[in-house]
Write a protein that binds this ligand. Structure first.
Ligand SMILES: [Zn+2]
Length: 482
């Protein structure tokens, strides 16, 4: 089956080939083209009116529409769909204590969490997600099976990187040794053996499902686990994904534990490379940025979550200026109560003006769209096959309806898509050449069934969350009473 999209606006082909530093004027960033999708791939992109229709082709009139490569949600935790609107506004460390207590622990919740995340991703312009996934202790394989089933049901491209850790909760706090210690989780060797089994069972690049190596973060992982994941990543070509210096507390913990920067420590362990993507990096410094850029790693920027948890502002302009690849993430629904990529990209575009007076350095919508597509694809180790509208790339594309009232008047569609508040503007979506959204409706899953599942509490009602978790006095003492 071939689909010919005629006379559709898209990012200029030469512009989209340049890196995120491309200094192009907004007015020059769009062109009108014909695009031919064939099988799983984009077969041709040519000037409007030059691709002739053939028999057995479906033809779509692309006038008043915008075609972009699908965004990559570079960091989220799908099970947190069930904690949307639940956790009060707290710093990460205290927020996390609440998250752990209310984490869903049933496989059907895990499945619907993936479905919900996939649907929200598609309807906000995404075609791929990095799910840094909570896995139910003792049911790790079953959890990943449920996630994979969810992503396959929707048809989204997904990297599932199970959150693994081998240090107890208290070890994630500065001076954590003063806290009561919970039982240690599984050992590094057990976790790595489990990961090997997951790769053997579920890693399926030919069908758009990938396993990632996802140690939670240095703050709750031993060196053996961090380095063991790098070895797995190397042997199987997996994306290496981990939280990095999200908070001031983690920055302090790194100094306390290693005496050097956490980024330097990861580099010393062999964990920094082109397959590495690091979520947050709010507290990285310029030397860290240079180390990450030199290694070819990716920083995943999660601006909504970082503000929700008071983590701070990641130095994104410095990252861009120093050549570090940047992608966007929603982060989980417990710290970003929506999974809307366009919202994240909007905030990521305008947020950093407050840190930089020189407006020549401010990010443009075209730049941030490239971060969300080309940058995002590179961040999940898929830069060779997705993130661009170019022949030979997989057909992971989104068609936006520019006649929707939220995108009117017809001024600069790119600017309005990013800086406005577009609603219900995704008209069609294709992933690996398969159309999944048509006229704004999902073709693969019954969203009514999803909403029904979300309506029904399939576990005992989650108890009210509190500002006063037992670890709060320790956190207050260590982080605020200096
Ligand atoms: Zn996260």
């Amino acid at each position: 089956m071939q689909t010919l999209i005629q006379s559709v606006l898209t990012l200029r082909r030469d512009a989209s080939e340049r890196d995120a530093l491309a200094d192009t004027l907004e007015a020059d960033t769009l062109e009108t083209v014909d695009v031919l999708l064939a099988g799983t791939q984009i077969q041709a992109v040519a000037s409007a009116g030059t691709l002739l229709r053939a028999a057995n082709q479906r033809v779509i009139d692309g006038r008043d529409k915008l075609l972009l490569a699908g965004f990559v949600n570079g960091h989220t935790h799908s099970s947190q769909v069930w904690q949307r609107g639940l956790i009060p506004q707290l710093p990460l460390e205290l927020w996390l204590a609440n998250v752990f207590e209310s984490t869903p622990r049933q496989l059907d919740q895990i499945y619907w969490g993936a479905v919900s995340t996939a649907v929200d991703t598609l309807l906000s312009g995404g075609t791929c997600v990095m799910d840094h996934a909570y896995v139910i202790p003792g049911q790790e394989m079953e959890t990943v099976a449920a996630l994979v089933r969810g992503y396959r049901a929707v048809g989204l491209r997904a990297v599932v990187a199970p959150l693994i850790m081998d240090l107890p909760f208290a070890s994630g706090f500065p001076k954590g040794c003063l806290l009561p210690q919970s039982a240690s989780p599984r050992s590094a060797s057990e976790l790595l053996a489990l990961m090997e089994a997951m790769v053997a069972e579920f890693h399926d690049p030919d069908h758009g499902i990938y396993i990632g190596a996802g140690p939670t973060g240095f703050h709750r992982c031993s060196d053996d686990l961090l380095a063991g994941c790098a070895d797995l990543s190397q042997r199987y070509g997996l994306c290496y994904h981990t939280h990095l210096l999200e908070t001031r507390a983690q920055h302090r913990l790194a100094q306390e534990r290693y005496g050097i920067s956490a980024v330097q420590h990861l580099a010393n362990l062999g964990c920094l490379g082109p397959r590495t993507s690091l979520a947050h990096g709010v507290w990285i410094d310029e030397a860290d940025i240079d180390r990450m850029a030199k290694a070819g790693a990716t920083l995943v920027h999660n601006p909504v979550s970082n503000l929700r948890l008071g983590s701070g502002l990641a130095p994104i302009l410095k990252c861009v200026q120093r050549g570090l690849n940047v992608a966007f993430g929603c982060d989980g629904s417990a710290s970003n109560d929506a999974q809307n990529l366009l919202e994240v990209i909007k905030l990521g575009t305008i947020l950093h003006t407050v840190t930089e007076a020189d407006y020549d350095h401010w990010l443009t919508p075209a730049q941030t769209l490239r971060m969300a597509t080309v940058g995002g694809a590179r961040g999940v180790n898929l830069g060779h096959c997705t993130g661009r509208i170019a022949p030979g790339f997989d057909a992971d594309v989104i068609l936006y309806n520019l006649n929707h009232p939220s995108l009117l008047p017809s001024t600069n569609p790119l600017q309005l898509l990013v800086l406005g508040r577009p609603t219900e503007v995704v008209e069609s979506a294709w992933v690996r050449g398969r159309q999944i959204v048509d006229q704004g409706r999902l073709l693969t899953v019954d969203v009514t069934a999803l909403h029904h599942a979300l309506l029904q509490p399939s576990s005992p009602p989650q108890r009210a969350q509190t500002q006063h978790h037992p670890v709060e006095p320790h956190y207050r003492n260590v982080m605020l009473n200096r």
